[in-house]
Design a protein. Structure first.
Length: 125
């Protein structure tokens, strides 16, 4: 099972450098991909703030129906600060890490900050 980081979807939606690699990974693992509620909100905030409303609609239509949305249980939010401090992660990376660890998932990202993580399996595209 794979928790897909926000940047994987943004890479595809914004047509950035690694979009083909990201598309390939999602296509090859379509039955095992999950997204955090935080990622969904972040994608919405970024795309709507930059007036890419149709791009957000494409995300909702193309990706969201086939992806399971996960949330961090309320009692696990306390781990965000310790994970952030111990692993030197910002809030969003700490959230993704904590969620992936809680569910026992691999974390898929293009963020090289996750290379140093050894507590969970990370896949850097």
């Amino acid at each position: 099972m794979y928790l897909i980081d926000t940047n994987i979807f943004l890479e595809i939606l914004l047509g950035q450098e690694k979009k083909d690699s990201c598309k390939k990974f999602l296509s090859e693992n379509s039955e095992s991909i999950y997204i955090s509620d935080f990622s969904l909100h972040s994608i919405g905030v970024i795309l709507l703030k930059t007036k890419k409303i149709q791009t957000f609609q494409i995300f909702l239509d193309k990706f969201l129906p086939d992806i399971t949305l996960l949330s961090l249980p309320k009692d696990k939010y306390y781990q965000l600060t310790s994970n952030s401090q111990n692993l030197l992660l910002d809030f969003d990376d700490s959230y993704q890490f904590t969620l992936a660890k809680f569910y026992g998932f691999h974390l898929v990202s293009i963020d090289k900050h996750f290379k140093k993580i050894t507590e969970i399996k990370t896949i850097i595209i």
